[in-house]
Design a protein around this ligand. Sequence first.
Ligand code: HGY
Ligand code: MN
Ligand code: MN
Length: 406
Amino acid sequence: MTLAIDGARLVYRLEALGEAGRDDAGRLTRLAGSDADKAGRDLLCDWMSAAGLRIEIDRIGNIHGLWVPEGAQGDPVVMGSHIDTVIDAGVYDGCLGVLAGLAVIEALQAGGAGPARPLAVVAYTNEEGVRYAPDMMGSLVAAGGMTAEEALATVGTDGTTLGEELARIGYAGDREPGFITPHAYVELHVEQGPVLEAEGLGLGVVESLQGISWQRVTIGGTANHAGTTPMALRRDAGVAAARVMCFLDRMAREMEGAVATVGTIELVPGAINVIPAAARFTVDLRNPDEARLTAQEAALGGLLDELRSEGFEVATERLARFEPVLFDPEIVARIEAAAQGRQLAHRRMTSGAGHDAQMIARVAPSAMIFVPSRGGISHNPAEFTAEADLVAGANVLLDVAWSLSR
Ligand code: HGY
Ligand code: MN
Ligand code: MN
């Protein structure tokens, strides 16, 4: 019996979910705990209910859709990802993995399949970490890497608290995070990078995921008059921040596997004719190799010490730190076999982006499936994956989940 997912319905739902949470500038910005997040969550729950799934929400707001057919026993096979987004996002990041998981369960139901195990599809809270750090927070709590209390108490970039926002939007669930231990976890996700497209491949078999280091840096200088203050007498926090940004960019270009990003920066007081008294910015460092990621952090620390010796105040705040992850070889092999079975051109690869799978891998055998991103673009409204690739990836997810649940 060759099962297949309903591709047209998957694409329709991706587009419909992509409309839930657009801001008044028409940008898709579904930050964790926001009204936009509620709109997406409500839509997903409607679809899960229509599929007859039992919906369970845990204290950190992770949404679980459970299918427990007659006779199915034991820990479920879990498929998942996230539906929260970055600012001005595309419609595929995270949403594909959740909606494909739902499509897989619906295909098994429609095909009269009788799995020996239950299956579940999960949307994890706050994977992006844009409003509340760290990222992958819901799955981190589910994997026991952070307590629910700590996560719920997290204060966001806008001064709100995650727990209060989840309660406000009606998704402060009552189940204990981790109430489900997956028998296995498989996540379908758009690659968000250029590799598959560049090599003309339709599918990525993801066997590892790089390490991530997030910090917030605050540099204190001295506000002064932009016109009257000689250059030699300045303590310009803005220039100090710019030196850090250029240093990180050069270091990442010279170090194997390294990437470095300063994605947010704020100058205080932020006036055209005032030398900045302070600069607050975030640093995102990544590397597949833990020793090199530690070296990147040490090099940043060395520069910050140099700035201190020049008279700047420098403070750092750790926002996230996750070591590189190797996924489960047996699940990886099943994904590879399913891709071969569907004659899909594929390759093994690592993930440059963080994903919920890297957290769930702490408690269950896990791996990921990638499909190509056009132009390697993501975290951008131009994010796009061709329908044929979306459906092929979802059918590989179906084959793997079905093989794991028999
Ligand atoms: O930051 C990441 O890699 C993920 O998109 N949260
Ligand atoms: Mn994602
Ligand atoms: Mn993302």
